[in-house]
Structures are given as C-alpha cells and as structure tokens.
Ligand binder design. Structure first.
Ligand code: ADP
Ligand code: ASP
Ligand code: MG
Length: 594
C-alpha cells in the first residue's frame, strides 16, 4: 500500500475549523487507499509566543530548556488533530518526536536528524491508523528532546517521507504553492507549476520562507516527490521534483533575506591557511556563512567578507576578532541594515546577460550594489535594507516573472557548449553517497570538479555608485561572453573592486570591451590572470552545512594552496586557485571528501 505524508503548517491548524479541514484531507487520502502520516506544526503563532515567554524569564535561556518548551507547541496540535479525526469516525494516533523514533544529534535548537526508527510507525499504520506526528522535534541519544530549528516541521515531513518511501509528501500551507517570489512582497508573483530540487534548495536557503531548506535537501537526497499545496482549497500547488517538465525559464524565482549582517576582515595576510582558519572558527560555533567574498589580494593583504544570520552575529564578530588577533594583522569591520536579494534559475548557466540585466535593474532603481556573489544557478547581491523591497519588485518586473516562459531579448541564447561536461553533476554517484551515509543529514559530497579552461579579470578602484556593475557586465554580455563567477566585496574609501571568471578564449575580447568602458574613469585599473583553475566540491546542501568550507580550506591549506576567489551555493563550494596547483588540489580534496 502506498504511503502519503501530509504536513500542515501553523496557519493551517490555527483554529478548530482549520484543524477539522486538515482532518478531512487526511481522511480523504486514506479513503483513496493510502496509509497516511500527518505532520503538524504548532498552531498559529504559538512558537513565537513560547519564545517570548522564555524571554520573560531570561535573556539567555538554556538551549535544552528552550527545546523542552518549544516542542510543546506541536504536542498540542497532534492531540487536537487526532481528536478531530476521531470525531469524524476515523482511527488516529498522535506521536511526539521521540515516540515517532526520530533520533537527532545533541545540538539543541538546531538539531539534525540522524536516523528514524520506523517500527512503531509501520505497526500503527498497518493497524489502520492515521498517524499524527509532531513536527520540528526529535530526541538525542540521551533521551533529551531536541528541535530542528524554526520552520523545521517541513524537514520532519520530508524525512519521514524519505524513510517510509512515501509516494508523495504534501506540504499544506497558506499560499497556492511556490511563487516566483514572496506574494506578500510582489502581489503579481506567479505560482510556479513545477520546480527542480536544486532551484528550490537555492531559493529556500537564500530566504524563500515557504519551505525549510533542509527539507529540500532531504527531498533531493532521497528523491521524495514533494508538492506544496494550499490547505484552504483543492489547488494543485507546486511540484518539486528532479526534472520539472517546464524548465525553460532563465530565472525561476527571487529570494530575499531582509535582515542580513556583514562581517569583514580587512588587511589580513594573503597566504595559504588564512581562509581555513577563519572558516574553522565559524564552523566550531556552527555559524553558517553566506555571501563569502574574497577580494583578489593586493600588496600582500586580503579582504574577506561574509554575511551571517542575526542570531549568530555577536559570536561571528568575536570569532573574527580572535582570528585577526591570531594573525597579528588586520581589522574587523561590520555592516548592518542590509538585505540580500538573489535570483535563482537553472537556465542562467546557459544564457549570457542574466547578471547584466539584474545589475541594470538594480541601478535603475537607484540602488547601490554593495557585494556580489554567484553560484551556478544563482546570483546574490547585498544592498541597503530600505531599498530591498522595491528592488525585488523591479527585478520581478524586468525578468517578466509574472508571465510564464518569457526569455527577455537582452538575454543571450543557450551556451550549452560553454559548460564543460566535467562540470555536470553525477547524480548516480550522488545517490550512492546518500545510500552510504551513517546519519541522514550528513554532508553529501559526491564529486570534485576541476575546470582549467577559465581566466580571471579584476577591475579595481571602481567608483562605488549605482550602475557600475551594470555597465561592465552589459558590455561583456553584448560581446556574447558567458561570465561565470562574479565577486564584489564591499567598498573601502569609496572605491570597490570586481572580479569575474570567463572562458579563457574570450579573455582578449573581454579585456578590450572592458578597457573601452573604464577608460573615462580615473584611477580604474584592469588586470587578468589566464593561469587559474576553478576547483569545486559538489554535493547537496553544501552551504547550509557549516563544515564543508572548513574542511575544504583546511585540505587546500595543507598543500600550501592559496585561495584567490570563493563562490558558494547549495550544490557546490568553488574556489579559484593557481592552475599549476590544480592537480594537487584535486588529489587532496578527493582524499578528504570522497
Ligand atoms: P507554514 O506555516 O505553512 O509552514 P510559512 O509561513 O512557513 O507557512 O510559509 C508560507 C509563507 O511563505 C507564505 O505565506 C509566503 O508569504 C511566504 N513565502 C516566501 N517566499 C515565498 C515563495 N517564493 N512562494 C510562496 N510563498 C512564499
Ligand atoms: N513550530 C515551529 C516554528 O514555528 C516549526 C514549524 O512550524 O515548522 O518554527
Ligand atoms: Mg513553514
């Protein structure tokens, strides 16, 4: 008999009526001949209320007690839903996280699932029950209740769907499905009928709050078909799958994190091991870093910036100060009231001009781009928070995201040939690695990819004002050149630097184009390096796991390999190094990860 997992979010179980509606959906799925597991969240704003209650007791609640407290929200809902199902004449049993058999590590408030013992679940299902499972919680090896991080019920649902080999995992929520961007920000946002795991993973980890990004990791690893659907109607929702039927969009969606904080380390030594040391310090505190940007060093010193979530900011500053003290050189800077806006789309790896168009739109909104970082299927920029919402609206408009299948004329044709086959991710290999994991949420790194076909261009001393990045990348796009990694760090003393990589064969033309553009700008210099290699580890959920960067940089440092550029995505952690060291890098990374 096939198994269906349904998950109802907080709003969808907020009132007695809504709980009854959820009960009816579960009963209908059972009546259709399935075994049914329902995962629920805490009702309405319950979790927020519990967090506020804790804050009334202390500024610094013990993480263990926080988990004991927060897990009660979901416990309330399971009992109520179970009663609702009983009253409709069906059998149901409610289970808390520990009762379901969800084993996690001991990282209170951000625990990761290790394994799920399904014996009891199967017994209850086989006996004809609808099983109601509390989302967001499990227990560690000592029996302590743990929670998975805010929004974690999605992860409970997909993890259960994975271990039960469910035919579908349905995420019922308060919108029609996954939209091109948050419909609360852009009312014209369009529901996406189907989306790939990779795009959804990027969108979720870059801020699209509709799904917990770790739940998409589960779905991709264990190939769980996932559907995000409205709880209040019979809408079809959005299917999240390996290969969506309609994948012609260049940009699929836009994500925003409104409240980003930046930590910078400036004037630090440019030598192997520095990145490794900084990442190790952050990983030790389980601080996920995003928008990691390193300037191409000048005069023997480097500048590194990254953004961190608000709750980790104080710790990240302490760790950065420690790093600078140990290095005996440099200073720590920070920035607040920043937002990160990202565009995500599978098609952007094959089309030219996507970055140029994004930057141009931002410039037209009179908004300055403070930092840029790219991955294979995403481009992220850091901008001022007060300009973020209007920027998202403008980008949505300029990419015509409210219409289906619109490729705008400024965007160039597919450039499939420019992507070397060695860069394609080996999904079979990925699957083998997943099957061999000892813990379900362990890092999956399935490949080490070396690309020695690219060159790097750096433009220094650019005026720090709206429109600069747009002008440069428009010129390059007009030459039909496919830009790959782009990196821009925050400005110092009113000037900024931009670096990017491109196919080596296009270097000469690109230098000509850029030199023409920058000529009138005083003090701007252009340099290049045609002896670089891009080396990446590929896998699933790499940015969300704090340990990947740490391991990668430590391995490269052990071979005295200096890191010139860094790019992160959920699928890849990429560094640019000197080409002469590419094979050494490949060997040490393969040894470390594979
Ligand atoms: P639940 O309580 O059901 O888990 P959430 O509040 O976590 O619901 O997620 C649903 C909300 O996510 C929507 O109300 C919407 O405002 C927001 N959201 C953000 N980005 C998107 C997006 N790209 N598509 C749909 N909803 C989004
Ligand atoms: N109740 C938890 C939260 O609000 C988990 C969830 O709803 O997914 O974060
Ligand atoms: Mg949610």
């Amino acid at each position: 008999m096939s198994i269906i997992v349904q998950k109802f979010g907080g709003t969808s179980v907020a009132t007695a009526n809504k709980i009854r509606q959820a009960a009816k959906k579960a009963i209908a799925a059972k009546a259709a001949g399935n075994q049914v597991v329902v995962v629920v969240s805490a009702r309405g704003k319950k979790t927020d209320e519990l967090v506020a209650l804790a804050a009334e007791m202390t500024d610094n609640p013990s993480p263990r007690e926080m988990d004991v407290l927060l897990s009660t929200g979901e416990q309330e809902t399971i009992a109520l839903l179970s009663m609702a199902i009983h009253s409709l004449g069906e059998q149901a049993v409610s289970l808390t996280g520990p009762q379901i058999g969800i084993m996690t590590d001991a990282a209170s408030t951000k625990a990761r699932i290790q394994k799920i013992i399904t014996t009891r679940l199967h017994e209850l299902l086989d006996a004809g029950n609808i099983v109601i499972a509390a989302g967001f919680q499990g227990h560690d090896s000592e029996g302590n209740i743990t929670t998975l991080g805010r929004g974690g019920s999605d992860t409970t649902a997909t993890a259960l769907a994975a271990v039960l080999n469910a035919s579908m995992c349905e995420i019922y929520t308060d919108v029609e499905g996954v939209f091109t961007t948050d419909p609360r920000i852009v009312p014209e946002a369009r529901k996406i009928p189907q989306i790939s795991y990779d795009e959804m993973l990027e969108l979720a980890s870059l801020g699209a709050g509709v799904m917990h990004s770790r739940s998409i990791e589960f779905a991709k690893k264990y190939q769980v078909p996932l559907r995000v659907r409205p709880a209040y109607s019979e809408g079809e929702g959005t299917l999240i799958t390996q290969e969506p039927e309609d994948s012609t969009q260049v940009v699929t969606g836009i994500a925003i994190v409104k409240d980003e904080l930046r930590v910078g380390l400036g004037g630090i030594p440019d030598r192997p091991g520095v990145m490794s040391m900084i990442f190790a310090k952050m990983a030790a505190r389980k601080i996920p870093l995003d928008l990691v940007v390193q300037d191409i060093a000048e005069g023997g010193t480097a500048e590194i910036s990254f953004t961190v979530p608000r709750q980790d900011f104080a710790e990240a500053l302490t760790a950065a100060t420690e790093a600078v003290d140990e290095l005996g050189q440099g200073s720590v800077t920070h920035g607040t009231e920043l937002s990160k806006v990202s565009i995500v789309g599978n098609g952007m790896q094959y089309h030219t001009g996507v970055a140029a168009k994004m930057f141009k739109t931002i410039a037209q909104n009179n908004t300055n781009v403070l930092m840029i970082s790219t991955g294979d299927i995403k481009i992220s920029v850091l901008i001022r928070s007060d300009q973020a919402l209007s920027t998202v609206q403008k980008i949505h408009e300029s990419f015509h995201l409210h219409e289906q299948k619109a490729i705008s004329p400024e965007i160039g044709f597919p450039q499939q040939d420019q992507k070397t086959t060695s860069q394609k991710i080996n999904t079979e290999r990925e699957h083998e690695v997943v099957l061999g994991l000892s813990n379900m949420e362990d890092i999956v790194v399935s490949d080490v990819i070396v690309d020695s076909s690219q060159a790097r261009v750096t433009i220094r001393n650019l005026p720090d004002e709206p429109g600069i990045a747009a002008t440069i990348f428009e010129a390059v796009a007009e030459g039909g050149i496919m830009v790959d990694m782009i990196v821009q760090n925050v400005s110092r003393e009113g000037v900024t630097n931009i670096s990017f990589t491109l196919p080596e064969g296009d270097l000469e033309q690109s230098l000509l184009l850029i030199r023409t553009i920058v000529e009138p700008w005083e003090g701007v210099t252009v340099s290049y390096d045609d002896h670089i290699a891009k080396i990446a580890v590929a896998g699933i959920g790499l940015r969300s796991h704090t340990g990947v960067g740490k391991k990668m940089f430590a391995a490269l440092a052990s071979k005295e390999i200096n890191i010139l550029m860094v790019g992160t995505s959920e699928m890849r952690m990429t560094t640019v190094i000197d080409r002469s060291q590419a094979e050494t890098a490949r060997a040490v990374l393969s040894e470390t990860f594979l």
